[in-house]
Structures are given as structure tokens and as C-alpha cells.
Ligand binder design. Structure first.
Ligand code: 5GP
Ligand code: ZN
Length: 112
């Protein structure tokens, strides 16, 4: 989608530190990390948020979560653990309106 920063990253128009990609998803370092390891996993297709997803996106949502697992494990966080977050809409603080899964690791994370 034109004007979408994450579509631009997925298509290579805007640079990012990509840590994993395949035909469905791209994973790259967050520009403002809030943990020692902070990666965003996005679908290549533009989907504004989880709220816009439907039954037709079931497989893609699965690909996103498996890619999140993969980047965390590839970075060595399988044993220590990691957190996956999907912010949806205003109250969650979603600031980029292209669905993304945050993968955070490398420190003891507080909650909420
Ligand atoms: P949200 O608040 O929507 O859940 O998360 C959006 C995330 O995207 C933020 O953590 C922010 O730092 C990250 N971000 C925004 N613009 C860019 C960018 O141009 N490049 C990268 N790598 N991350 C970005
Ligand atoms: Zn997009």
C-alpha cells in the first residue's frame, strides 16, 4: 500500500535490518528498540491490524507467529524466553497501521 512504511520495508524501498524473510513474511529490527532484542514480524501483504483480519488470514497469522518463534530461537532465546506482542488500535498504542508482531527478548521484561 502506497505510503505505508512497513509495505515500503517489505518491498525494499526503505532500508531495515532484516533478520528473516520468506514469501509471506519479513522480520526486521525495530528502529527504537525497547529491549536488547526487538524485532518486528510483518506480513508482506498490507493488513492494517489484527482487527481487519478474517478467517481467510488464518494461515498467514500462523506464518507470522511461527516466524516470530523462529527469529527468537535463531537469536538464541529459546531457553531464556521471549515476548510476542500485537498492538491493535488506539488504546493499545498501535502507531504503524500495518499488522506487526513485536518480538522482545534479552532482559527480564516487566508486565504490563
Ligand atoms: P506499534 O506501536 O504500532 O505497535 O509499533 C510500531 C513499531 O514500529 C515501533 O516500535 C517503532 O519503533 C517501529 N518503527 C516505526 N517506524 C519504523 C521504521 O521506519 N523502521 C523500523 N525498523 N521500525 C519502525
Ligand atoms: Zn502496509
Amino acid at each position: 500500500m502506497q505510503g505505508c512504511i512497513f509495505c515500503s520495508i517489505a518491498s525494499g524501498l526503505i532500508p531495515a535490518t532484516i533478520v528473516y524473510q520468506d514469501e509471506d513474511v519479513v522480520a526486521f529490527r525495530d528502529i527504537h528498540p525497547v529491549a536488547p532484542f526487538h524485532v518486528l514480524v510483518i506480513p508482506r501483504v498490507h493488513l492494517a491490524s489484527l482487527a481487519e483480519s478474517t478467517e481467510a488470514d488464518a494461515a498467514l497469522l500462523g506464518r507470522l507467529m511461527l516466524a516470530a518463534r523462529r527469529v527468537a530461537h535463531d537469536a538464541g532465546f529459546q531457553a531464556r524466553g521471549y515476548r510476542t506482542i500485537v498492538n491493535t488500535g488506539a488504546d493499545a498504542g498501535q502507531s504503524v497501521h500495518h499488522l506487526h508482531v513485536h518480538v522482545l527478548a534479552g532482559k527480564t521484561l516487566s508486565w504490563p
